[in-house]
Design a protein around this ligand. Structure first.
Ligand code: UD1
Length: 416
């Protein structure tokens, strides 16, 4: 199993390009199931989660023509509307095939995802929404069996804001008969990116980016070409990595447009952040100031940036309180950061982080994707060597991370 070896204490400087967004790419790949015409996606990141999704679509009969950061998906021969436990257990976002399969094939058999390291993560809202659209759904032997001759538009109000839930229902509604209204919809930029692609495919959608999305179903969708938005979490992660080292970096092929809360917190921590049209520049002071935060659905502070901010607070001046409101078990990285010398106290959904003068390198274990990122950030500033085990989590969501960090002057090496 690969590990990452980091020698701490080097300041990041220079320029790197940000990749396409994983969390936009995954639903966009599933959107190809909605049409018999080909869908071309550009700016596709090369990640394990993307490879898993392509394998899943391939198993269903989708013909895939991958090039380096582009893929052409041809779903004209779609013949097997099934997502097996083996697939869904490696990647929860596989649930995103449910809505499109049901809308296009009239049936789907998708494994229920289990819990995961950060919480229980049920999919009841996906199921409830599809039932409101007339689907007959049975959950048996760990599988969701869904059937509908044609879905019907409905008014759906989800019990909580769910990103993939909103995406699943929006894709299903695109081919339903009549109008669907999704209330309490997720406003995440990735939902908007998906809506934009669906509209290029001929869908009639308004309100994406607000909490009420209206979809007027059409008989069929056509092919399209779409360029995937930049990854705002990768962008935020590199900003934190530079900030903690007192660095000076410029990130290209990205934008601060979707990162307001993250950029505000970095400025509160003492960084100078300048937004350009398709780039962001960050200059950090010698030592950051502690910044408290509370995660919540977009446009509030993203849960996917919580772990990275815990790492920068670990060595900042002062005390920060971090409140996690989305996932019930998303502080696993705290224990590992403490192995590096961080002073963190967990009280339910709050973490109190008292900044220490320095961290010391040690062997630590990545527990999930963003936890891995926080350990890298800590390793970059820790004294001596940090060895991060189980970095397969990292490969699910960060494209060429060690190469990008090395280009910025970090001492990072993959150990096989
Ligand atoms: C997406 C992101 C993930 C991010 C998360 C929150 C993708 C592929 N993943 O995950 O990176 O951390 O949003 O921003 O886009 N819930 C239910 N029932 C449901 C659905 C959700 O109880 O049917 C709960 C979840 O357990 C969680 C909360 O709602 O507590 C939000 O989850 P959700 O927005 O659905 O997360 P994902 O879409 O899985």
């Amino acid at each position: 199993m690969d590990k990452l070896l980091i020698e701490g204490g080097y300041r990041l400087s220079g320029e790197v390009a940000i990749s396409g967004a994983k969390n936009a790419a995954l639903p966009l790949l599933c959107a190809s199931l909605l049409s018999a015409d080909p869908l071309r996606l550009d700016n596709l990141p090369q990640l394990n989660d993307i490879a898993t999704m392509l394998r899943l679509l391939g198993d269903m009969g989708v013909v895939i023509h991958p090039e380096q950061n582009t893929v052409l998906l041809d779903s004209s021969g779609l013949n097997n509307p099934v997502a097996s436990y083996e697939m869904v257990k490696t990647m929860r976002a596989s649930i995103l095939v449910l809505g499109p399969l049901l809308a296009r094939c009239g049936e789907a058999r998708v494994s229920l995802p289990g819990g995961c390291a950060i919480g229980a993560r049920p999919v009841d809202q996906h199921i409830k929404g599809l039932q409101a659209m007339g689907a007959e759904i049975k959950v048996e032997h760990g599988y969701i069996h869904a059937k509908a001759s044609r879905l019907k538009g409905a008014r759906i109000c989800t019990d909580m804001v769910t990103v993939t839930g909103t995406e699943n229902l929006m894709m299903a509604a695109a081919l339903a008969e009549g109008e669907t209204v999704i209330e309490n919809a997720a406003r995440e930029p990735e939902v908007v990116d998906l809506a934009n692609c669906l509209v290029s495919m001929g869908a009639r959608i308004s309100g994406a980016g607000t909490d009420v999305i209206r979809i007027r179903g059409v008989e069929r969708l056509n092919g399209a070409t779409h360029s995937i938005m930049p990854d705002r979490i990768e962008t935020g992660t590199f900003l934190c990595a530079a900030a903690v080292t007192g660095g000076d970096i410029r990130l290209t092929r990205t934008s601060s447009a979707y990162l307001d809360t993250v950029v505000d917190k970095l400025m509160d921590a003492g960084c100078d952040v300048v937004s350009e049209r398709d780039a962001i520049r960050l200059k950090a002071p010698g030592r950051l100031k502690a910044v408290s935060l509370r995660t919540a659905p977009y446009p509030a502070f993203p849960t996917d940036m919580q772990a990275q901010f815990m790492a920068i607070n670990a060595v900042a001046e002062g005390v920060a309180t971090i409140r996690e409101t989305i996932f019930e078990n998303r502080f696993m990285h705290a224990i590992e950061l403490m192995r590096l010398g961080a002073d963190i106290q967990i009280e339910g959904s709050n973490a109190i982080v008292r900044g220490v003068d320095h961290l010391q390198g040690a062997t630590v274990m990545a527990t999930d994707l963003r936890a891995s990122a926080s350990l890298i950030i800590a390793g970059l500033v820790a004294q001596g060597e940090t060895l991060i085990d189980r970095i397969y989590h990292l490969d699910r969501g960060y494209e060429h991370i060690e190469e990008k960090l090395s280009r910025l002057g970090a001492r990072v090496k993959r150990v096989r």
